[in-house]
Design a protein around this ligand. Structure first.
Ligand code: ADP
Ligand code: 5GP
Length: 206
């Protein structure tokens, strides 16, 4: 007789899936990710830890856990991260504990992380589904970075310069299952939802 897993809740399933969403800064990842989260009831957004300064629009504990450099390094040494990376001069990492817990409950766990992080995740968890969001053009990307009204022009330029290399690396690294162009936002959201639901159904059928 098999022993039932401990702490199993009535709503738990075996349908867990890890969804990795990446794309250059300003492309619309957060907008798309939050829409996916609202439309799929059992989805959970992974709140990353970061050393990036908190902007006026960021909410600590909702958008990120904003922590110091020393605290970040302590967590790296303690093995608390599933993956971590430096992006445009700041450190970012996914906490392993919540990811394992939500997947064990059968949830759709969403990681909005960069390409370096996605590569680490895919190496550890090959069944993760990877989506990469592309801008319709470089000009549109720059305009959106400015439209966020979050960063200084210097930071905007730094992020814009990272974008080109990031897109090239995403296309060659083989980590992403699908690429979405975020031109018309509602269309991009619909496509993301369709791809995620399809991937989840395929996994459930196996
Ligand atoms: P990211 O998380 O990739 O940095 P955001 O989701 O913060 O990007 O979006 C950056 C800006 O672009 C926001 O002001 C957002 O409202 C806007 N935006 C998102 N998608 C589109 C789109 N398809 N067309 C025009 N503006 C968009
Ligand atoms: P932002 O500062 O604009 O919120 O995020 C900058 C970049 O860091 C984005 O590409 C975002 O997806 C990525 N990012 C956010 N959290 C993490 C994380 O936990 N790990 C990694 N590797 N990248 C992250």
């Amino acid at each position: 007789m098999t022993t039932p897993p401990r702490h199993r809740l009535a709503t738990d399933t075996d349908n867990g899936m890890l969804l990795v969403i990446s794309g250059p800064s300003g492309v619309g990842k957060t907008t798309i990710t939050r829409a996916v989260e609202r439309s799929i009831p059992d989805s959970v957004f992974s709140i990353s830890a970061t050393t990036r300064p908190r902007s006026d629009v960021d909410v600590d504990g909702v958008d990120y856990h904003f922590i110091s450099d020393t605290e970040f390094d302590r967590r790296v040494a303690a093995g608390e991260f599933l993956e971590h990376a430096v992006y445009a001069g700041n450190k970012y990492g996914t906490l392993k504990g919540p990811v394992d817990a939500q997947l064990a409950r059968g949830r759709l766990m969403i990681l909005e992380i960069d390409v370096q992080g996605a590569k680490q995740v895919k190496a550890k968890m090959p069944r993760a589904f990877g989506l990469f969001v592309l801008p319709p053009s470089e000009e549109a990307l720059l305009a959106r970075l400015r439209a966020r009204k979050r960063d200084t022009e210097e930071v905007i330029q730094r992020r814009y310069n990272v974008a080109r290399e990031e897109i090239a690396e995403a296309k060659r690294c083989g980590v992403y299952d699908a690429f979405i162009v975020n031109d018309d936002l509602p269309k991009a959201i619909d496509e993301a939802l369709r791809l995620v639901r399809e991937a989840r159904e395929k996994r459930a059928a196996r």
